[in-house]
Design a binder for this molecule. Structure first.
Ligand SMILES: [Zn+2]
Length: 237
């Protein structure tokens, strides 16, 4: 399963800016993507592809930049697309997180909505941001990607000043990253956490300890039918 992670904006496109000018959306979305990158083993079986892991734009004009993200995801054969943003409003009072999926009227992406709901729920649970819910939208990256896609607005950076500070704090950035990953795991029906390590000798020792076998064995040793039948009969009892 390949998933495209798209940290919004970058390079010459700062995205939203906090009222005091200290925090830029492009920096926070990049930090969130890097935090996800650092915890990749927690999504076992999932391969992540990033539109960027550095401060750069992907096109010289806004539309080109968006088109490049979509092309990247489509060409990579990603099966899910997650675009990461932080919100802004002109009155600078907005607060809370919301997640968008592709939709207009009765026509919407069923899988996109499911993914949006899973990500939104895990994001709220992990950050305590106000829940603004999931919403359909026709944003470029949702409209042109060929896989289920969501756009996460992980709080307001260009809204309520207190929230701008909160969602720019490294601890919150980490919590947002984990929330997004947990939501993806939830949607995929996989467990969030490092993949269990396979230890063949430990498995054999467990059988020995529980009396399923009586003699210590090495993982590379072969089993004969007498031993195999004995083990089967012991676990049948
Ligand atoms: Zn944005």
């Amino acid at each position: 399963m390949k998933i495209c992670i798209d940290p919004g904006h970058g390079g010459k496109f700062p995205g939203a800016v906090s009222e005091d000018g200290r925090h830029l959306e492009k920096d926070n979305t990049l930090s969130i993507a890097r935090a996800i990158h650092g915890k990749e083993p927690n999504l076992p079986g999932v391969q992540l592809a990033y539109t960027r892991l550095e401060d750069k734009h992907l096109g010289d004009a806004q539309l080109e930049d968006l088109a490049a993200r979509v092309e990247f995801a489509n060409a990579a054969g990603a099966e899910l697309f997650v675009s990461i943003h932080q919100n802004a409003d002109v009155q600078r009072r907005g607060y809370g997180a919301e997640t968008y999926y592709y939709g207009i009227g009765d026509h919407f992406s069923v899988e996109g909505e499911k993914l949006a709901q899973a990500v939104q729920t895990a994001l709220i649970r992990n950050t305590d941001l106000h829940d603004r819910g999931v919403k359909p939208a026709r944003f470029y990256v949702l409209r042109h990607t060929v896989m289920p896609a969501v756009l996460v607005e992980a709080g307001f950076i260009g809204g309520d000043p207190a929230e701008a500070e909160f969602v720019s704090h490294p601890e919150t950035i980490g919590r947002i990253a984990v929330g997004i990953m947990m939501g993806i795991a939830e949607y995929l029906g996989i467990r969030y956490g490092p993949a269990p390590v396979w230890d063949p000798q430990a498995e054999i020792d467990l059988l020995l300890k529980d009396g399923i076998i009586n003699t210590p064995r090495k993982p590379e040793q072969v089993v004969n039918w007498g031993e195999f039948a004995t083990v089967l009969n012991r676990i049948r009892k």
